[in-house]
Design a protein around this ligand. Structure first.
Ligand code: CDP
Length: 226
């Protein structure tokens, strides 16, 4: 392996900024592990909705976050998935993308105990190196020492359009306006929370992806590595 390639590449940014797609392709090209930390907060949210029927009780959600086992494994099916997400052994890869998870995940991810539990696990996995880690706070909190930090951004309208197209492809019928409103709400909660808010690290390279395709974004990111 070329010694100049950073061991940990942190990619942060708001919903549907293109983080997941770019990170997955980059990881495949480098032979790195692709690790999307958002799936962990989504899995906790799904577990809370199922077991507690709500995410309001911070102590109960935190206890749940410490109890459940979340695994990320290579994809077992060819249905557009990039990985398998297991929640206590059950395949929840698509269940964590449901609109009720979208609506509640920002509240769950603002709970300090939940963040502590998830951050510990993320550090344990990332410490092995050769990883492209994606999230909201990787460059600021999880791995502030990462040698390369990228912050992908785009206007909320463009991001809502992308999410709308993704959901339509999966046969989930939601209107563009509903997605736009939900995304604005989630952006606001993620950016304004007290712990680990969404923001670029001081030493992150900010890439605006408005009107730019995945290939071009990937090329720009690769240009930052070499
Ligand atoms: O795919 P999308 O960008 O819509 O969302 P995600 O990356 O799966 O993240 C879902 C939610 O988890 C975010 O809205 C945040 O509230 C939370 N999250 C976080 O707080 N910290 C991370 N490192 C990753 C996600």
């Amino acid at each position: 392996m070329d010694m100049s390639i950073p061991k940990i590449i942190a990619i942060d940014g708001p919903a549907a900024s293109g983080k997941s797609t770019v990170a997955e392709k980059l990881a495949a090209e480098l032979g790195y592990l692709y690790f999307d930390t958002g799936v962990m907060y989504r899995a906790v949210t799904l577990a809370a909705l199922r077991e507690l029927h709500s995410v309001q009780d911070q102590d109960a959600v935190t206890a749940l976050a410490n109890r459940i086992q979340i695994d990320v494994l290579p994809p077992s099916e060819v249905d557009g998935r990039l990985y398998d997400i297991l929640l206590d052994g059950e395949d929840v890869t698509w269940a964590i993308r449901q609109p009720d998870v979208d609506r509640n995940v920002s509240q769950v991810s603002a709970y300090s105990g939940v963040r502590e539990a998830m951050t510990d696990q993320q550090r344990r996995i990332g410490q092995r190196g050769s990883v492209v880690m994606v999230g909201r706070d990787i460059g600021t909190v999880v791995f502030p020492e990462a040698e390369l930090k990228i912050y992908l951004d785009a206007s909320v309208e463009e991001r809502a359009r992308r999410r709308f197209d993704e959901m339509r492809l999966r046969g989930q019928g939601t209107s563009y306006e509903d997605i736009l409103e939900a995304m604005k709400r989630r952006d606001k909660m993620d950016s304004s929370r007290a712990i680990a808010p969404l923001r670029p690290a001081d030493d992150a390279v900010i890439v605006n992806t408005d009107g730019i395709g995945i290939c071009e974004v990937l090329n720009r990111v690769k240009g930052l590595i070499h």
